[in-house]
Design a protein around this ligand. Structure first.
Ligand SMILES: *[C@@H]1O[C@H](CO)[C@@H](O)[C@H](O)[C@H]1NC(C)=O
Ligand SMILES: *[C@@H]1O[C@H](CO)[C@@H](O)[C@H](O)[C@H]1NC(C)=O
Ligand SMILES: *[C@@H]1O[C@H](CO)[C@@H](O)[C@H](O)[C@H]1NC(C)=O
Ligand SMILES: *[C@@H]1O[C@H](CO)[C@@H](O)[C@H](O)[C@H]1NC(C)=O
Length: 764
């Protein structure tokens, strides 16, 4: 059905192209050469950041992008968790960059980087650092393991061969994995959030009393692969047990609470959503099901996503709801949740993915980045807050997180919609011109003021630039081969080759009982299971999967349901042809206001480049490149009148501030038109040519090309057949300086675009 519509639509386009002379039949989209140029620019940015780290940050964990000095762990202040959770004094940035070098195909850089790590960080990870289990797993363990896979798979560009690489990274993974296992020694089998690499859980109990669903579920992804690579199921057992226990905490509505005690599962925060503290729980279920071909994990994902879709999904985002009643309880969304459209794409849920992604593009357009937390509805301000300019921003920083570009990448791979490349180019330019500093990239400390932040977390090189590079790199081995790779939550590519799968399966068959390999873990799991049996948990209800995978492997390539090649330009863009594209601007206009420092930043979907560069030349008339909001009134047309004057409506007229005119459709195409008899909306009125056309710029072209437009929607407000829009002339933006100017007004006060009248827009 969908296919038919598309081809019908395409057919109409072809007719227009053929018959209307002003449509030049010159489709435009990216050439390979252009994509390569963008790709090379991303590469340059990566090396700028990475070499700065090597020069000014190494051997510490990060480099400060402005001060050009190392960002070190605060050994003196164990309570500065913000710093210390990821900075274990184990060269975090270096390790998180391994697989970006691999993705770039830089074999020498890759080999140098892992060897540098080899000689810097203690083999045993015996470091007196208290770090987060979750962050250390995804950045360090995941980074080393993925690099090990790259280095040992002869099919990769950075394959090092047995002579150059003895597998030391895997030994490091075991050493670190064994340290991390200490976190799981709780009575519930749920890990505590932090451990000291040397002293285990012998740390201040205050640091480990609360954990969250993302942290207790996600290590399964890395740990299970570690079990496969080492043929030792301890890692899998312990982390899968914890994943299961996390899922057991779900409510009757199948909603998983965000945070709880790892000691007795007391729930601290019964709110849930898709952002911080819960995000990668879903990610692990879906991505784990694909990577490991595991129908149990897929059933968890399916049950979880349908619960979210029932209670948390709104038109444009997922809100935060109470797990017991499913009603919205807090009025904000997190920057981290920008990854979710990518995850939905991976599961073939494209329509939702596309819509939810638009929300984040609006946030970026408004704030020049994505605020850590944005209030979609402002609660009434308290008296102290009344002076505050930014009530809609709860948490105001944007540390160059990757999630938005990650989703953009997934959506582009799935749809080849040129709009997503457009976003990538803007982000690239912002990185080049807004965020680049002498020693790396600095994000925003405050999106409301534009204040910069002197920090470059390892995910900037590990994820943000990797996804951006891959967006432009059609020929990357990850795209052209069928390794069924899956990106970890830290963007490290994992894949399982046939040999590994067979070895592991035969290990599972032979090792009997395969599960528990040491007394310690036997004891631990037994204790945890007994504890579980004793606990009466009303939430523990095994929900059998509705849909089983039956051992069928869903590869990401299959999960991408709508892959289309030969996209031509923005006329093929699903996003840009969505009649609701501007609804968000309208609906959330109170909380989506560009801060003063970012005024003039043009939203992604309205950039002149987009239209001039990628469109059929005449197609750009369909959008007025307004860069300012303009005022207008919507009212009903007096059916007997062709001329509009201000007092023709009053009672039902509504005043709006618009951002753009959108959805102009060709209302009337008269191939036998004669200059004196054009019929527009009113069949009885005769238009004289110079009434219709503006004298100064518009000359009648070929008779056959004259037609009129009507506007069907403005900023997401659908217009009825009798609706007209009256625009305040002084608020309309005419870009006369540019040759691209094609806005004018005729004697009937109708707005003309490229000399073609819009019959339901009047400028007074
Ligand atoms: C932290 O790392 C640096 C550089 O490798 C090293 O010189 C220092 O001894 C380490 N500090 C601790 C407390 O481990
Ligand atoms: C598997 O890993 C655990 C945890 O590190 C370890 O105690 C055990 O000895 C390992 N088993 C084998 C067979 O190597
Ligand atoms: C987790 O739950 C699934 C489904 O009940 C089960 O097959 C699996 O063995 C469990 N894993 C562990 C480690 O308990
Ligand atoms: C039109 O806009 C100007 C400038 O913004 C304003 O002063 C004027 O009052 C507006 N006119 C109407 C009729 O709203």
């Amino acid at each position: 059905m969908e296919l038919n519509l598309i081809s019908l639509w395409f057919f109409i386009w072809v007719i227009l192209v053929r018959t209307v002379d002003c449509f030049k039949a010159e489709p435009y989209s990216f050439t390979k050469n252009e994509l390569n140029q963008y790709k090379d620019q991303v590469k340059e940015l990566f090396y700028h950041g990475f070499n700065s780290y090597l020069e000014y940050g190494y051997p510490y964990d990060e480099v400060l992008p402005i001060a050009c000095v190392p960002m070190k762990r605060r050994f003196d202040d164990p309570y500065d968790t913000n710093t210390n959770d990821v900075l274990g004094n184990f060269t975090t940035t270096l390790v998180d960059s391994f697989t970006t070098l691999a993705v770039l195909g830089d074999k020498k850089g890759f080999a140098d980087a892992i060897n540098l790590f080899h000689k810097t960080v203690p083999e045993t990870f015996d470091i007196d650092s208290t770090v987060q289990l979750f962050e250390t797993t995804i950045r360090l363990l995941g980074g080393m393991m993925s690099a090990h896979i790259y280095a040992t798979d002869p099919r990769t560009k950075v394959y090092l061969g047995k002579d150059n690489y003895d597998g030391f990274l895997l030994r490091r993974c075991i050493a670190l994995g064994d340290k991390l296992l200490m976190a799981y020694l709780s009575p519930t089998g749920l890990p505590v959030p932090r451990i000291n690499l040397r002293y285990g859980t012998r740390i201040d109990p205050k640091l480990i009393e609360e954990n969250n669903a993302a942290a207790t579920a996600s290590p399964l992804f890395e740990f299970r692969l570690l079990s496969m690579l080492t043929l030792n199921d301890t890692y899998r057992e312990v982390s899968e047990f914890s994943f299961n226990r996390t899922w057991d905490l779900r409510s009757e509505l199948n909603l998983v609470p965000m945070s709880f005690s790892p000691y007795d599962t007391t729930i601290y925060n019964e709110v849930t959503g898709i952002g911080a503290s819960i995000d990668s729980f879903y990610e692990t279920a879906l991505k784990g099901s694909i990577l490991f071909d595991d129908s149990w994990l897929y059933s968890v994902w399916e049950t979880a996503i349908s619960a979210l879709n029932s209670y948390s999904k709104t038109d444009w985002f997922y809100s935060n709801v109470g797990v017991s009643h499913g009603k919205t309880v807090v009025l904000w969304i997190d920057s981290l949740s920008a990854f979710f459209p990518g995850l939905l794409t991976l599961d073939g849920r494209l329509e939702d993915a596309r819509k939810k992604h638009i929300m984040f593009s609006k946030l970026w357009s408004t704030y020049g980045g994505i605020p850590e937390r944005w209030n979609f509805v402002q609660s009434p301000p308290t008296t102290e807050e009344l002076d505050s300019p930014s009530l809609s921003i709860d948490l105001e920083w944007y540390p160059l997180r990757p999630e938005f570009i990650e989703s953009t990448y997934y959506l582009y791979r799935a749809t080849k919609d040129v709009y997503y490349l457009n976003i990538g180019i803007r982000i690239l330019k912002d990185l080049q011109h807004r965020f680049k500093t002498r020693c790396g990239f600095a994000g925003l400390q405050d999106v409301t003021t534009g204040e910069v932040q002197d920090r470059m977390e390892s995910f900037v090189l590990g994820e943000t630039l990797k996804y951006l590079y891959l967006l432009f790199d059609e020929d990357n081995e990850l795209h052209t081969t069928l390794w069924n790779h899956i990106f970890s939550t830290e963007a490290h590519p994992f894949w399982i080759d046939v040999g590994l799968k067979r070895r592991y399966e035969s290990y599972r068959r032979e090792a009997d009982p395969p599960h528990v390999t040491t007394e310690m873990y036997q004891f631990h799991l037994l204790k945890a299971k007994n504890w579980m049996r004793r606990t009466k948990s009303p939430n523990r209800r095994i929900n059998h999967a509705k849909k089983k995978l039956d051992g069928q492997c869903i590869s990401p390539e299959l999960a991408y349901t709508k892959r289309q090649s030969n996209r031509q330009g923005f006329q093929d863009s699903d996003v840009l042809s969505d009649p609701k594209l501007f609804e968000i601007d309208f609906r959330y206009q109170a909380t989506l206001e560009q801060p003063a420092w970012n005024k003039g930043y043009i939203p992604f979907e309205l950039t002149p480049e987009l239209y001039s560069h990628w469109s059929f030349s005449q197609q750009k008339i369909c959008l007025v490149p307004l860069t300012k909001a303009f005022e207008g009134t919507i009212g009903s047309r007096d059916p007997d009148s062709t001329l509009i004057s201000t007092h023709q409506w009053s009672s039902d007229a509504r005043m709006y501030r618009f951002q753009s005119i959108y959805g102009i459709k060709i209302a009337f195409l008269d191939f036998t038109w004669h200059p004196n008899s054009i019929e527009v909306q009113d069949p009885n009125s005769k238009f004289d040519l110079y009434d219709v056309l503006n004298k100064q710029n518009c000359k009648p072209k070929d008779d056959t090309s004259i037609h009129t437009y009507t506007v069907t929607a403005i900023d997401g407000i659908d217009l009825g057949d009798n609706d007209v829009v009256v625009v305040n002339k002084s608020s309309l933006f005419f870009d006369d300086s540019s040759k691209e100017s094609y806005i004018s007004i005729n004697r009937k006060s109708q707005l003309l675009i490229n000399c073609i009248p819009i019959t339901n827009i009047f400028v007074l």
